[in-house]
Write a protein of this length. Structure first.
Length: 368
């Protein structure tokens, strides 16, 4: 799987900084001046510039739709994700610079109040109603060996529900239902491949019986259907290479409704398409063609056609409220500045929002 798909002070000064954020919708963290080391837990370490502390925590910023009126939030951390309603920012704060261990925090934008959940849970994804996040937990042995990747939900009040324990399993992506009551995820036995992943869903509080939706990984729940990938393997120059296609399933019907959407003919070390988010009207799926050090932003129409809409070596991080533009970070593999753009799906040319940043996210009403 691409590195892109693997993934995280005080309130001093809040009283005079935060009132400027009334119309802000874009959040991102300081860019790295040095190479980034990726950990299985999706934490980052090794950064060191004027906006990055020795621990790896970075300055976090908020700006308007077009990247203007930037202010520095009264926190430092990593992997900030703004809530759909813009009221809060979930982020991870590194507590151990050697291991990359990081705790999940919630910042209330209006007041500057910073709540530490004390949970070591990464890759937060907000519920559509902004009441909670789903996040991944990592299990390590005493010897430092990776043992599994699980899934929790955590409310903004700090209530934790264990959806998938992190021992002996690998959670391959997760997403919320549109009404914020359920989560869906891909689950693979530890040591197996993405091709062995199964789709599962459960109420967000962890109650009830696990629902089964057949084979699949990296699910993204849209207005009426769930997009996901199914994977196979091919041999290229003696190397096993993953091949993917995007499928959809109707959760109201169940596994029997699963249908292949794409029929992409991958070559070489390009694996294929992956779904990342739906447009609000449910007519398109934004995602990427990915492979070994390769990412090409795409959107997929409901007839299965794949459309490229900007240059490669870029990642999709959000979609506008009208579904016509994507939030894109360029130069994804590093080696220089990593600008953030608003990129029209019509491929009419991107608009620069931020010259150099990392891990951008936007609210549900983002409209550059």
């Amino acid at each position: 799987m691409s590195r892109r798909l693997l993934f995280l002070i005080t309130t001093l000064g809040a009283l005079f900084v935060l009132p400027a954020l009334a119309g802000a919708s874009l959040v991102y963290q300081a860019a790295s001046a040095t190479a980034i080391t990726w950990e299985v837990s999706t934490n980052e370490t090794g950064s060191n510039n004027s906006d990055v502390s020795a621990s790896g925590n970075r300055a976090i910023y908020m700006a308007d739709d077009d990247g203007g009126n930037r202010v520095t939030l009264p926190i430092t951390g990593q992997f900030p994700v703004v809530s759909p309603n813009g009221a809060m920012v979930a982020y991870q704060k590194v507590t151990n610079s050697k291991t990359g261990a990081a705790q999940l925090h919630f910042l209330t934008v209006a007041t500057g109040a910073d709540f530490n959940t004390r949970a070591y849970c990464g890759g937060p994804i907000w519920a559509p109603n902004s009441s909670a996040v789903a996040c991944s937990t990592t299990q390590w042995s005493g010897a430092g060996d990776f043992k599994g990747l699980g899934l929790n939900t955590i409310t903004t009040a700090g209530a934790v529900s264990i959806i998938v324990p992190s021992v002996g399993t690998l959670v391959n992506g997760y997403s919320w239902s549109p009404d914020s009551t359920k989560v869906v995820w891909g689950q693979t036995p530890f040591g197996k491949w993405t091709a062995d992943s199964k789709l599962r869903w459960l109420p967000a509080d962890g109650s009830g019986t696990v629902g089964k939706l057949g084979n699949g990984a990296l699910p993204v729940w849209g207005p009426s259907k769930i997009a996901f990938i199914r994977a196979t393997h091919a041999s290229v120059a003696g190397t096993s290479v993953e091949r993917t296609q995007v499928w959809t399933v109707d959760p109201a019907v169940g596994a029997t409704s699963a249908k292949a959407l794409t029929a992409y003919q991958a070559k070489g070390f390009v694996s294929g398409p992956v779904a990342m988010r739906w447009t609000p009207d449910g007519t398109k799926i934004l995602g990427e063609l990915y492979g070994e050090d390769y990412n090409q932003p795409i959107y997929i129409t409901m007839n299965g056609k794949i459309h490229k809409f900007c240059a490669s070596n870029a990642g999709v991080y959000g979609v506008s409220a009208d579904g016509k533009q994507a939030l894109v970070m360029a130069n994804l593999m590093g080696g220089g500045k990593q600008p953030i753009y608003a990129s029209p799906l019509a491929n009419t040319g991107p608009t620069l929002l931020v010259k150099d940043a990392w891990e951008p996210s936007v609210t549900a009403n983002w409209q550059p």
